[in-house]
Design a protein around this ligand. Sequence first.
Ligand code: GLN
Length: 483
Amino acid sequence: MSVIRELHQQLVSKERSAVEIAQGYLDRMTALEPQLRSYLTVTADVALAQAAAVDAKIAAGEALSPLAGIPIGLKDNLCTEGIRTTCGSKVLENFVPPYESTVTQKLKEAGMVALGKTNLDEFAMGSSTENSAYQITGNPWDVERVPGGSSGGSAAAVAAGECAVALGSDTGGSIRQPASFCGVVGLKPTYGLVSRFGLVAYASSLDQIGPLTPTVEDAALLLGAIAGHDRRDSTSLDVPVPDYTQFLKTDLKGRKIGIITETFAAEGIDPAVKAATEKAIQQLKDLGAEIQEISCPQFPYGLPTYYIIAPSEASSNLARYDGVKYGARKDNDSLMTMYTKTRAEGFGDEVKRRIMIGTYALSAGYYDAYYLKAQKVRTLIKQDFEKAFASVDVLVCPTAPTTAFKAGDKVDDPLSMYLSDLMTIPVNLAGLPGMSLPCGFDDLGLPIGLQLIGNVLREDLLFEVGYAYEQATDWHKQRPSLS
Ligand code: GLN
């Protein structure tokens, strides 16, 4: 059952107060944080005050929205007014935003309870959360392993019950890959469906905010609360936001589902991941879906394309951390040395690597060969998907080629780290919605994720297929045994 619904039920039946619920999560954090380190900042006072306000509403007999009193974890690249927002970077160590992001403002208005800011790879660059300048987060299924990234703190916190639900951001897979590694549901919405106002920018043409939740229904409820047009984000889509829970159905009769051939041919895919995905496809068929193979020939070019476009945008976005406009300023004898010292000491290796790649790809003489070429390939990838969606409703493939790896295993090998996002990146490049949901475990008991990809603004179909699959399986009911 949806955790949001369950807690809502407890609140309306007065079985537990919102303060008791919030305190329960804070106590669990006290018990588990020494092993997990999912949170960079815990906002217990804020949470308890927000919970008390919900309790006052209940006492006054006011109607309660489904999200009121539900405790949430927020990725620490979402600006929260008056609450430190580090982006996992030393350069923003002391940054306290003077304004609230649109999504967190919407959550406040819905009466949600903010438990704290979760750990991430620095500026959301990474696939393991090991690029955080502050701490390494453990995977709740095996704390020696990574939770995935970059929204690893949010995914681990949801999996471990350190919050009811969480928000992450996804530029190339940062919601879906950690969801897959931690055995939870992760949804990257259509580009433009959720406002990016107040999300610290990494690669603006790819970034989207989305839910990480224990179940598909929770994702539907949370997406409904954060989606919608915002005049403060010029790429925000002006479309109506439906009640996504109306799409939760349990049979898939007549639905056409495509299997992306290229994702199964990919090198380095774990046999356990492949087997679990094949079994999931069979289950979708048993639920009434028609399955067909679809070739997306440009799919494998997503990764190299992304690693030109994303660093290019990052190199421009991160120029603001110069110690003047933003960033922990390192004073020195001249302006130039102040800039260089601020940036050399403020950024970690991966961020510097990307600033250098991006600056190079955008520089005169190389722009056409790299950046422009990558933009053309991006269009081809988009066209592959358009063709595919002319004949199927939803595409399926594994979310990630492997299950969670050991901390330290890939930190010195950026290329093998980048390969984690082979299957998620093309979805961002095309601006499509993608969902990861649990579909099994490997021999070590580590979760495996199934990725569903929809056409632009077809989140409804992801919820339909995801929910039907979830209801027919019990992967989502399994929880890590942490104590
Ligand atoms: N892991 C990918 C990267 O390192 C994607 C990150 C993201 O989606 N924010 O860029």
